[in-house]
Design a protein around this ligand. Sequence first.
Ligand code: GLN
Length: 490
Amino acid sequence: MTTAPLHRLSALAVRDAVARGEVRASDVAEDVLGRIHGLDSKVRAFLRLDEDGARASAKAVDAKVAAKKPLGRLAGVTVAVKDVLCTRGVETTCASKILRGFVPPYDAHVVERLRAEDAILVGKTNLDEFAMGSSTENSAFHVTANPWDLSRVPGGSSGGSAAAIAADFAHLALGTDTGGSIRQPAALCGMTGLKPTYGRVSRYGLIAFASSLDQIGPMTGDVRDAALLLSVIAGRDARDSTSQPAPVPDYLASIEDGVKGFRLGVPREYFPESIQPAVRDRVRDAIDVYERLGAEIVDVSLPHTDYGIAAYYIVATSEASSNLARYDGVQYGIRADGARSLVEMTSRTRTQGFGPEVTRRILLGTYCLSSGYYDAYYLKGLRIRTLLRRDFDSAFAKVDAILCPTSPIPAFKIGEKVSDPLSMYLCDVFSVTANLAGIPGISIPCGFTAERLPVGLQVLGKPLGEETILRVARAYERETDWHLQRPPLD
Ligand code: GLN
């Protein structure tokens, strides 16, 4: 039996200790809740805790253990859930004022899966409003700090989930990634984040930002835990017609098999002059590790990379303008007082309810979709999307996976980019391409800058190539101890 505090254990270790009867799920829940109470006033990763729910789930697990009933794959494991996923009976706001008071009558598909595997849901994490942003500063409620340096952002939009994992406030977390929102905060917080192939995980109960790009994925302390969580949440669900019917492998089965004989591509477009030197150097060091492990490193080109940001911000805002039309003051959340007509009520509600970034995107997207500009912007964005997918298809004809940085810069100071949306958008340069192409990607820690800020390595794979990228990521993780290092919080 281990002597590490329960919040420090991996999800796999907790699950096994609970199953063996060495640890009670209730003790796991109390330890984690105690840690959150002690330290989340500094980090502010959570919007809402569900302590009663967590204790009730833990008790149910302990009862199953006592009765020797079969246990789920996440028995006794604590999970933090991004507040863009519906949780029955627990307020879900997308960090937006417009959804204040919205208590979903149902669970998202992924939340159902967690519960079915005996996980303990501890609370809902902070994010940029409607998942629009790269720093979590666009939350309507509060800013989340990066546990490695409390004066810096945790990345975004899943910054609350990333900070919760980095601070050991949960063993596992769920994030969503439309243009990098799992991988970029994972990189900035020094933890693991996996965006699955589009359609690998059902989006039922995920409050939509851009439906053709959104994916839900694991945010974890290490690669094996990401494989475990993906095994639980992946698979076909009839309630999301874009969810793929492909069978779900056991992602842990081949994870230790190494990279000997693998061909790993390094795209030259992902190392521009503008990238921060420390990021470039750490990623290059990681590539050397792969070479030592017996992989063949291959230079590849993804020639349309430069157009990724422009295409993304057209497609994503267009879809968002349509998806967010449903917040009209009638069906969900808040309703503005004092209006004399339906139009005035809707307009006042939206003006009061949406923050500046969401408003900017609704305007941009509405413009791109308007009849005079549809061909010039939206259709062109879709064409670039096809070209990006072809870039990846031809690269993957030659290599098994691609290695590159996750983010061009490490965590920046809170407030540094809020008044300059374009510089915020540029943070996504290496992450949006995977969403536009629909391919999977994982970010894992690969070292630190001189200021001790984490740097992330991104591994991209073929459609449904999650097994391969997990195996590639794990091969590096086994050689290093970055994932075991902890921020100086206590
Ligand atoms: N940072 C990107 C944006 O602001 C990505 C967001 C996301 O993946 N949800 O749109």
